[in-house]
Design a protein around this ligand. Structure first.
Ligand code: PMT
Length: 403
């Protein structure tokens, strides 16, 4: 997926407008040129200076500003992608009717770019027959509708109508952009079922404590997002993610290594490709205490007995079906590149997978960071890919192996 695109973020008048700032920021961080078109009502919820500082561009609201440059159509014509978040019931109704009584309506009508909307409103408004019909009309026209989610709304009420989280909206928008880039054609992974594990397992000690690791799930989630954008059907086995899972994948939650093994083994039966990006605990406490371990009972030191967890990756590789591709990761703290490579080769041989993605990890590298640097080894230990950059760009390089 290329960066440096022209993205129009339309913001309309709902309380969720404050979250749109994070959407604008996510596109800016990707290197996109972001232009905010806000309705006057949106600016009652979030300030113009905030949006201008974050987008690094002027914010446009008025149909009668910039008339000499024909701004009412110019913004839409230059857009590669339009995201409207939040999209109120009123805006959705206007879009369904093709109304152009404000700058956002004109921008959208003048554009051929993919349009992604993130509805946000109270449950009654979302369930109203008029809104449902308007949303159905927009979907029929190819508009991508993200959410809404269910949860706490502005007042004391809860239910459907909450705007999806910014990361989810951005992921769906990028997927729509990828489809548009392919001219609507199926992606290179269309028809492939890919099972990806992400995050870090937690091995319970007692009802309130666990042994865990610092995996955020970013690398695995990036793989899932990239695979979906390329047309794959994705199962994401999610172990304690610190980032939102994409909406357009089948998410199966796993807490401990044992949960992850069950979920992976079940999903693997239907998979063309298995990718183990999760950080799995090699050991778990021999005993899980029914009650909280108390200092009074243990004294100044506490000795834990740990037992080995099964090697899930090695098990999946040994049991793989003909034609199934198994990709593992290796997280190593060795700083010397040659010794690191040697460790990767030994791990590739031990695990028996088709490819092993070798990344160096440390206090600031690999785990929880935004970037990654990998060398991918084949089963013979040869380097087949070297990639560095955002976890999304590393994910794309890993998936290139499959296409
Ligand atoms: O989630 P992020 O914050 O984005 O960080 C990404 C990452 C650093 C966690 C990721 O890129 C990564 O390296 N994941 C694998 C972490 C790991 O457990 O590495 P390992 O070298 O200990 O294990 C090797 C492989 O065996 C891994 O594919 C692992 O999933 C698997 N494994 C490990 C132990 C075990 N009992 N069963 C396994 O299947």
């Amino acid at each position: 997926m290329s960066s440096g695109r022209t993205v129009v973020v339309g913001i309309t008048g709902g309380i969720a407008a404050y979250k749109a700032v994070n959407i604008v920021r996510a596109f800016v961080l990707r290197g996109d040129s972001v232009h905010v078109v806000a309705t006057p009502a949106a600016l009652r919820f979030v300030g113009r200076p905030t949006l201008e500082a974050i987008s690094r561009n002027p914010v446009h609201t008025d149909l009668y500003e910039g008339v000499a440059e024909v701004r009412h159509v110019a913004i839409g014509q230059s857009a590669d992608l339009i995201v409207v978040a939040p999209a109120t019931a009123n805006t959705i109704a206007k879009l369904a009717c093709g109304l152009a009584d404000d700058l956002l309506g004109n921008t959208i009508l003048a554009s051929t770019a993919p349009l992604v909307i993130a509805p946000a409103m109270h449950t009654e408004m979302w369930n109203n027959a008029a809104t449902r019909a308007n949303v159905a009309t927009l979907r029929e026209r190819g508009v991508v509708v993200v959410g809404p989610g269910t949860g706490r709304l502005t007042g004391a009420d809860s239910g459907a109508g909450r705007m999806e989280e910014p990361d989810t909206i951005v992921a769906a928008a990028l997927a729509a952009l990828a489809v548009a880039d392919r001219g609507g054609a199926a992606g290179d992974l269309a028809g492939k079922r890919i099972v990806i594990s992400a995050g870090g397992t937690r091995e319970p000690l007692d009802p309130v404590r666990f042994l865990g690791n610092r995996s955020s799930g970013k690398q695995g989630v990036a793989l899932a997002e990239a695979a979906v954008a390329r047309g794959a059907e994705v199962v994401l086995v999610a172990a304690n993610l610190e980032v939102p899972a994409p909406t357009n994948v089948d998410v199966r939650l796993a807490g401990s290594a044992a949960d992850l093994e069950r979920a992976m083994t079940e999903a693997a039966a239907e998979a063309d490709v298995i990718i183990m990006a999760a950080a799995v605990a090699d050991y778990r406490p021999a005993e899980v205490r029914a009650d909280k371990i108390k200092k009074d009972d243990t004294g100044d030191t506490l000795v834990l007995t740990l037992v080995r967890n099964p090697d899930i990756l090695a098990g999946l590789a040994a049991a793989r079906k003909p034609g199934q591709v198994v990709i593992g990761f290796a997280a190593e703290t060795e700083a010397d590149p040659e010794l690191l490579l040697q460790l990767g080769r030994e791990k590739a041989a031990r695990k028996g997978c088709d490819y092993l993605v070798l990344n160096m990890v440390g206090w600031t590298e690999g785990f929880a960071s935004e970037r990654n640097e990998v060398r991918v080894l084949n089963r013979h230990g040869d380097i087949v890919i070297e990639a560095s950059g955002s976890k999304m760009s590393v994910a794309e390089s890993i998936l290139d192996l499959l296409s």
